[in-house]
Design a protein around this ligand. Structure first.
Ligand code: MN
Length: 321
């Protein structure tokens, strides 16, 4: 999916490593994406005081919504996109030649690097679309890498005492995803059984956050209502999870605190205003070659919004250092 917001915020991910556990509950921002039949998303990341969790720098939760989703070709730089479906199906096409369907439980991982373009169109399979779009910031040494795409139809699961985790990025316990990422990172889709009281092992050097998707989940003593995200900081060796009479679905994110200062605007992640402005100009240039071509759309594409009349500047992480 694209950041279709026609007036995207200026966002910067600036971090400094620290080592302490916190428990801060964040509400989503309700973001109208405009144009496309009034589609709205819940934006969990970035937050004003929480630009990143590890290298995770963007998290949108969409639906469940019966409105078809049609996101025409648009560009990305400096990041990887993770498309993770809870229900429904999406047809993904990109400028490295991919043309695939993604279904719930499968991972689409696209690396933008120097520049990629893609489209995502929902397929009506009778289920309202319920999807998450995440972005992973690439480290400086990889930010300009060649674009790439990988799909993982089978992913491993970690199961212990009432929690089953589909590990789509990184490792839980002794279970590791085959997905290629470029910083130490974790992404797992948790299903916690009713009346569970269990734990999930964590890496203490990672910071973590947990999004409760469909019901309240008690996380290390903190009740996290559906649709809210709990930021946990670093320094935790495990996560205690408890439910009452209903099972709960949740998203667990983690990673080594991201060291770089990043500038995010529209669908670009960079390290300076000029870098972002150049990416925008390249996407808008007639006959551009940087982002390639997504076949099957007859030249239709999403134009870049205007840059703001100010230089894009940093935003600080409010809960570290
Ligand atoms: Mn996209």
């Amino acid at each position: 999916m694209s950041n279709l917001d026609s007036h995207p915020d200026v966002l910067v991910c600036r971090t400094a490593a620290d080592d302490h556990a916190v428990a801060l509950v964040f509400a989503p921002r309700d973001v109208p994406l405009g144009g496309l039949r009034g589609i709205r998303v819940d934006r969990l990341l970035p937050q004003r005081t929480l630009p990143t969790v590890g290298a995770w720098c963007f998290l949108d939760l969409f639906g469940p919504n019966s409105t078809p989703m049609s996101v025409l070709p648009h560009p990305h730089t400096g990041l990887q996109t993770v498309t993770w479906l809870l229900a429904g199906q999406i047809h993904h096409r990109d400028s490295v030649g991919s043309d695939v369907l993604v279904r719930p439980g499968q991972l689409n991982l696209m690396t933008g690097g120097h520049g990629v373009a893609h489209s995502e169109i929902s397929i009506d399979d009778g289920a309202p679309l319920h999807a998450m779009q995440l972005w992973v910031a690439l480290p400086a040494a990889k930010a300009g890498m060649a674009p790439a795409f990988e799909q993982h139809v089978e992913l491993p699961t970690y199961a212990h005492g009432g929690v089953t985790a589909t590990v789509f990025v990184g490792t839980v316990g002794d279970v590791s995803s085959p997905a290629t990422v470029h910083t130490p990172l974790l992404g797992a889709d948790l299903r916690v059984a009713a009346h569970a009281a269990t734990t999930v092992p964590l890496r203490p050097d990672f910071e973590h956050a947990l999004l409760a998707i469909d019901d309240t989940l008690v996380v290390s003593g903190v009740a996290v209502p559906a649709g809210r995200m709990l930021y946990l900081g670093t320094g935790r060796a495990e996560l205690a999870l408890a439910t009452d009479g209903r099972p709960v679905r949740a998203l667990l994110l983690g990673g080594e605190p991201f060291p770089d200062e990043l500038v995010m605007w529209w669908n670009f992640v960079g390290r300076s205003h000029d870098e972002i402005a150049a990416a925008r100009a390249d996407w808008e240039a007639r006959g551009q070659t940087r982002f390639g071509t997504v076949h099957g759309h007859g030249g239709a594409r999403i134009p870049a919004p205007d840059l703001p009349n100010v230089r894009l500047t940093p935003r600080r992480h409010g809960h570290r250092g």
